[in-house]
Design a protein. Structure first.
Length: 200
């Protein structure tokens, strides 16, 4: 198993990157929020897991070991494959997913592209007793809410926004809501962000 790679970022897309290791360019599939954080020409250390299928070998990369471990854990749920697990980590931090599962908040998991209502319910049912085994600290509601900028940025980038456009849109939403932004659900923030683009 390839547990990690370390090298220079040669290219990036919305959900992948090419890392040069020992003169070889490795293509890695990444969560959108992580891909957006990488800069071409800089050095990066990426935690990885190799997914083997009959017709493909895909190397998935993550910013930290806990993200990789959660990616593997999510795939133990019936109906959840690598793409859905990657989508989950594109919009949520591992701690946020763990918190949603522990509190049986299936509605939060339904926002994960490709999961759906039944998939979210299965994830809660099958993983509730397992999340503690990964030693992923569960964030309080206030801590989770303080991460709304990262969540919204990842969602917008996943919809095709550039990092710059996503940031300017987030600033518009923040200015519009003021102090209420911290207590507003992320799905409502995304709706307001898209509406603000329609007005501009």
């Amino acid at each position: 198993m390839i547990a990690s790679v370390s090298g220079v970022v040669k290219a990036t897309t919305l959900s992948s990157a090419v890392i040069e290791v020992g003169g070889v360019g490795l293509s890695l599939s990444l969560p959108a929020r992580f891909a957006a954080s990488l800069t071409v020409g800089t050095h990066a250390e990426i935690f990885t897991t190799l997914v083997v299928r009959e017709d493909s070998l895909t190397l998935f990369g993550f910013d930290r070991a806990s993200s990789r471990d959660f990616f593997d854990l999510l795939q133990t749920v019936s109906g959840i494959g690598p793409k859905v697990a990657q989508s989950a980590l594109s919009i949520y931090e591992p701690e946020e997913i763990a918190s949603a599962i522990a509190s049986e908040n299936a509605a939060a998991l339904e926002r994960i592209p490709g999961l759906g209502k039944k998939g979210a319910q299965r994830a809660v049912l099958e993983l509730k007793d397992k999340v503690s085994a990964l030693n992923i600290a569960q964030k309080s509601n206030s801590q989770s809410k303080s991460n709304w900028r990262n969540q919204l940025s990842s969602a917008l980038i996943g919809l095709g926004f550039s990092a710059k456009d996503a940031q300017s849109t987030i600033d518009l939403v923040s200015n519009e809501l003021g102090s209420q932004v911290e207590s507003t659900d992320i799905s409502q923030l995304l709706k307001l962000a898209l509406q603000s683009q329609g007005r501009n």
